[in-house]
Design a protein around this ligand. Structure first.
Ligand code: OGA
Ligand code: NI
Length: 376
């Protein structure tokens, strides 16, 4: 596949577009009829506030939410309590691919601070943000599209993408200089979520019947794993029924640790033929399995399609931390999970090679990982 130096079309910042006060959205954001969102009645009128019972009243799958897991006893001396946490994580990984965690060890104040500083970044004048404009070669910086297909339907969001791990790829010069405390807070936040991610990988490894450091080692080990932050900004949208904040996709990397907006929902997770709108719990992280863990676990754990809907009343900010394999390592099903009855479903590939797909084509549901299935 060819890589590309520049975006195929002039870049339009969605936030600026939304702030121009238009009442209908440009055609390049309008999805064909068959691909439009359902369940978009999440928006709530008036000032920013917590979602109330009412907001959830009219949606089909309102009573369902992804599982919530309390990690408090993960390192407990009490084996019974500890094993219960492991069991919950295993069940959530097998049955959902998505779960929220509370008592995860990351400071709530740090989480809030990080999100609010990023909100401040996006609320700066356009010229300031343009200093960080990204390109499709590395995606680092301020961006407004995924994929480089000319004429593709675009999503209703802007983002900022940066490398955090390995430290050799960490370049603070590419991170926003203002707000002045943002760089420091990104550093602290990154440290917190990397630690959490490592712990969860250990739990997943054991639950898969592997050595507890199996997944972390497969990712390159503590100091070599990849870690990227994508901060998503979803502006208000005058026609939320016609577009997505982020189109259906599975995350290409290992595991995602998402800090959603504290007030505005928008993330939907696929469950069979339904899309479940996640109701975020205050101070929780949302964890999901990415394609690389699907490959390593030989599909015992599967990545799950998800998407983001927008609304006409409130902006939404989320911080997605992608915990990934070091990009030049071959990722393939764990030998222990390959048997006569269950042959290897995927052939080896580096993450560098794997992620080219989404970088060129943009979000495509689960098409990529499914296309990898080796013929056996
Ligand atoms: C992502 C993602 C969900 C959200 O960035 O890959 O799925 O709620 N984000 O912003
Ligand atoms: Ni995602």
């Amino acid at each position: 596949m060819m890589s590309c130096q520049a975006w195929p079309e002039p870049v339009v910042r969605v936030q600026a577009l939304a702030e121009s006060g238009l009442s209908s959205i440009p055609s390049r954001y309008i999805r064909p009829h068959s691909q439009r969102p359902t369940n978009t009645t999440t928006s709530c009128g008036g000032p920013r506030r917590k979602a109330s019972q009412d907001d959830h009243h009219h949606r089909g799958d309102d009573h369902v939410n992804i599982p919530t897991i309390n990690l408090e006893h993960l390192f407990s001396e009490d084996q019974v309590l500890r094993e219960e946490v492991f069991r919950h994580v295993d069940q959530a990984c097998r049955e959902w691919g998505f779960f929220q965690v509370v008592n995860h060890g990351v400071s709530h104040e740090l989480m809030k601070n990080a999100r609010e500083l990023w909100r401040e970044f996006f609320n700066q004048p356009l010229e300031v943000k343009e200093n960080y404009a990204n390109s499709p070669t590395t995606y680092e910086g301020y961006g407004s599209r995924l994929g480089i297909n000319k004429g593709a339907t675009l999503d209703w969001s802007d983002y900022f993408f940066l490398h955090y791990m390995p430290p050799s790829l960490r370049n603070q010069e590419k991170w926003p200089a203002i707000p002045t405390s943002l760089r420091k807070v990104i550093g602290e936040y990154g440290e917190g979520v990397v630690k959490l991610g490592g712990r969860i990988l250990n739990v997943m490894s054991k639950n898969l019947g592997l050595k507890e450091d199996f997944l972390l080692n497969a990712f390159g080990g503590e100091s070599e794993v990849g870690g990227c932050l994508r901060v998503n900004f979803y502006p208000k949208c005058p026609q939320p029924d016609l577009t997505f904040g982020l189109s259906p996709h599975s995350d290409p990397g290992g595991m995602t640790i998402l800090l959603p907006d504290d007030f505005v929902s928008g993330l939907q997770v696929r469950r069979g033929d339904h899309w479940i709108t996640v109701k975020p719990i205050p101070n929780a992280f949302i964890i999901n399995i990415g394609d690389q863990i699907q490959v390593l676990s030989n599909a015992v754990y599967k990545s799950v399609e998800h998407r983001v809907i927008v609304n006409s009343n409130q902006d939404r900010v989320s911080l997605a931390f992608f915990y990934n394999p070091r990009s030049d390592l071959l990722i393939e099903p764990a030998k222990e999970l390959v048997t006569k009855d269950r042959p290897a479903l995927y052939s080896p590939m580096t993450y560098d090679e794997y992620r080219l797909f989404i970088r060129l084509k943009g979000p495509c549901g689960k098409a990529q990982v499914e296309s990898l299935t080796s013929q056996t």
